[in-house]
Design a protein around this ligand. Structure first.
Ligand code: SF4
Ligand code: ZN
Length: 752
């Protein structure tokens, strides 16, 4: 590493540790050493500190030790004449910097100064934690896990931490759009002379928040600690690493977390020092100014600090230069990204899936309150479809006033030698994601409750009905090319035809529902494995059966079956059930064998239908956690979307630490929410009637389905007898509620 950078890093580290020490002394004098310190909504204390040192900081007093440790990693500045490799010193100083920065953030929380106030900032997304006018602050554990599944299945390759401010607002927007189109999470922090890229994006009206993959952390360099906390927690959450396993956590990030830093504008000592901390994680820094570079040597495999003076980048204008810079950053970090070229006039990528189209910004909507919209995909013979044909049958929407509505039916015909009717619903469900990926288009629902909004902005860029067909054609080929050879799309807007096709579609939906109801675990020869999450949780395997979907909720038995067809050596392998050893608990000899091998020996046996005995393991992406409440002779089910306290004395975030990591924990299980409705839901332990507590959001989200289950269980008022966080957050309250409502679990056999 160059002496220039090492010197800057060491200087920056010394200064920030000193600053943190001063702040801490003052805070302790002011508030007392016992004042609690916590980042919001995380079970990992100060996560970088916890990950790298194992220290569990809970109050101001605890922080003194952290700073002592940081100080022990500081060095004197290199002398003018000596030429040493400096790398070790600089990396240690980088870590010291991160610890000091995290301490400072902890103190800011105590002072009520976090998240940072940023006028004009309004985060989008249902899960946005902050009120408008505030930055995001640390990402909460729930959001981290919610992204987990996308991070593991590759839909989301990783993150880019952007620090500073771009040359112009235009460049800022282009950089962010380029990253969004590749589904890379964008984390924002830092400033140059008081101006931050966050300000630039606010001025340009770019939507920021979890749903658009753009997370503004704060306008100073210190807020870069949050992305690194996110990286640390990935290793703890998905990698099964423990606090204090510094080396393992850093290596995990180097090999499994695709991330880099874009340093925009002038780089000062603190930025160098923070970047040195990021280098220990394997995250390179790409700067748009002239700085000394750190290139591969014997120790490092790839460039760690790259200088790309913005105006020297080849390109006809700044937009092109911004594109090149993003490309270069991705090359340096070395991940091959698969992007599908979708021929439409608006940006396209999963980062746009979460975009809302507000009524005021809407050009037109299909479906919703006033209109009808449906989508229907079915297979036909190869000779009956013309690949790439998109036909509009009926009028366009040119005549309809701004903010108006119309009926539409999207009918997709696919053909392929390896296509099966069973795959129709699997493919049809993808239409939601495919269409939503277009910037300025919002897609909600499926089947005959589809609801699509098109924004004025997208319309002005030239988006029209035909583009829905273009998107579907491109994506079905790209994502399902192994089973789909030809795709033809017809959009019906002519009222009689919408009616006619809706009838046909409904017959098909009905047929599929019946088919699904007939698909029982007994009726099939094989289950499927899912080991997708092993890239993050190396010993976890989901066993997916017709009556038990994957715990992330994203893969059911049919999905896995289709996925095996698409990629025969992929993460979904058929598991022949073999001999049934116990039909009640759901033990099968070949399933056990498979799980032993796929979990690398860490799991011996797995029961399909019990939470008490050898339950299935969990990675980190479960939709819900089911957990035994012995006092109530039943289980509670907590939703990922529920931040409240549960009768187990833990919130979802804390529980998730107990449930995940690929270990078998009797009495605790991560589950997909639709598994609750299955006849096989903990059927060995008494089934659905064992649920004594359930997050109210689940009750609301699945109200109709749950009503049916209550009837199936012979107790139409059952759902009302189940407590939720509004009635019980302690065991005592829970028992009181259950007794008052005469919940059946109280009268059932002892659960274990
Ligand atoms: Fe991960 Fe299981 Fe979902 Fe597969 S089914 S993606 S292993 S949680
Ligand atoms: Zn997972």
């Amino acid at each position: 590493m160059s002496r220039y950078i090492s010197t800057a890093v060491i200087r920056g580290a010394n200064a920030i540790v000193k600053e943190a020490e001063g702040m801490l002394a003052q805070a302790i004098a002011e508030y007392g050493p016992d004042t609690p310190v916590a980042f919001t909504n995380t079970a990992y204390y100060l996560p970088v500190t916890f990950g790298l040192t194992g220290m569990q900081v809970e109050n101001l007093g605890d922080m003194a030790e952290v700073l002592q440790y940081a100080r022990s990693m500081l060095y004197a500045l290199p002398k003018e004449q000596t030429w040493l490799p400096y790398l070790g010193e600089a990396l240690d100083s980088g870590i010291a910097t991160l610890l000091a920065e995290e301490v400072i953030m902890g103190i800011r929380f105590v002072r009520g100064e976090q998240p940072e106030k940023i006028p004009g900032l309004e985060l989008v997304g249902t899960s946005a934690p902050a009120e408008s006018g505030y930055a995001n602050g640390p990402i909460d554990d729930i959001q981290l896990r919610a992204w987990g599944i996308q991070l593991v299945d590759g839909r989301m390759p990783g993150f880019a931490a952007i620090a500073g401010a771009a040359k112009s607002n235009e460049v800022a927007v282009e950089i962010v759009r380029q990253l969004q189109q590749r589904n890379i999470l964008v984390f924002l922090c830092g400033n140059v002379n008081g101006r931050s890229i966050i300000h630039q994006l606010i001025e340009e009206g770019v939507e920021m928040g979890y749903d658009t993959y753009i997370v503004p952390f704060g306008t100073d360099t210190i807020s870069a600690i949050y992305p690194l906390g996110f990286a640390t927690r990935s290793a703890l959450t998905f990698g099964g690493k423990k606090g204090g396993q510094a080396r393992e956590i850093l290596l995990y990030n180097k090999y499994r977390v695709f991330a880099f830093v874009l340093a925009l504008g002038e780089v000062d000592d603190l930025k160098y020092a923070t970047a040195a901390g990021a280098i220990s994680y394997g995250f390179p820094t790409i700067a748009d100014t002239i700085i000394p570079q750190v290139l591969p040597t014997g120790i490092t495999q790839y460039e760690h600090v790259i200088s790309m003076p913005f105006d020297d980048i080849e390109g006809k204008d700044d937009i092109e230069r911004a594109k090149r810079m993003v490309q270069k950053a991705i090359e340096v970090r070395g991940v091959k990204l698969k992007i599908t070229d979708v021929p439409i006039p608006v940006p396209y990528g999963s980062a746009f899936e979460g975009e809302r189209v507000r009524r005021a910004d809407m050009r037109i909507e299909f479906g919703g309150k006033n209109a009808r919209c449906f989508e229907y995909l079915y297979m036909v013979d190869l000779e009956d479809v013309e690949d790439g044909k998109v036909e509009i049958v009926g009028p366009g929407f040119e005549e309809i006033e701004d903010g108006g509505y119309m009926d539409m039916g999207i009918v997709v015909e696919v053909a392929g030698r390896k296509m099966q009717t069973d795959f129709e619903p699997v493919l049809e469900r993808q239409m939601h994601y495919f269409i939503n990926g277009a910037s300025g288009i919002q897609h909600i629902g499926q089947r005959d409750i589809t609801w699509i909004r098109l924004s004025k902005a997208a319309y002005e860029k030239g988006f029209n009905l035909e583009h829905f067909g273009k998107i579907l054609h491109a994506r079905f080929h790209a994502d399902f090319g192994a089973i789909v050879d030809k795709v033809q799309v017809t959009l019906y807007t002519k009222p009689e035809l919408v009616e006619e096709w809706l009838e046909k579609a409904r017959e098909a939906y009905d047929y599929r529902n019946r088919r699904l109801a007939d698909l029982t675990d007994e009726a099939v020869e094989e289950f499927y494995s899912c080991t997708l999450c092993q890239s993050f949780a190396p010993n976890h395997v989901c066993v997916v059966s017709p009556e038990r979907l994957g715990l992330c909720g994203a893969y059911n038995w049919l999905d896995c079956k289709a996925s095996f067809q698409i990629n025969p050596t992929g993460p979904n392998q058929p598991i022949l059930k073999g001999r049934c050893l116990d039909p009640i608990k759901g033990y099968y000899d070949r399933v056990n064998e498979f799980v032993q091998q796929a979990s690398h020996g860490s799991v011996e046996e797995v029961s399909m239908y019990s939470i008490i005995e050898n339950p299935m393991t969990a990675c980190g992406c479960f939709e819900c956690i089911a957990m035994l409440i012995p006092e109530a002779n039943g289980v509670m089910v907590v939703s990922r979307e529920d931040p409240s306290m549960t009768p187990a004395g833990m919130t979802f975030s804390t529980l998730a630490g107990v449930a995940g990591g690929g270990l078998q924990t009797p009495g605790v299980m991560g589950v997909g929410k639709y598994y609750l409705l299955s006849k096989k839901f903990i059927s060995a332990d008494g089934g659905f009637k064992r649920i004594v507590w359930m997050s109210s959001v689940l009750k609301e989200m699945m109200a109709d389905e749950l009503k049916e289950i209550a009837i199936r269980e012979g107790d139409p008022d059952l759902i009302d007898k189940i407590a939720d966080e509004r009635y019980a957050t302690t065991v005592e309250e829970l028992l009181g509620y259950l007794e008052e409502k005469e919940h059946p679990a109280l009268a059932m056999d002892a659960i274990f």
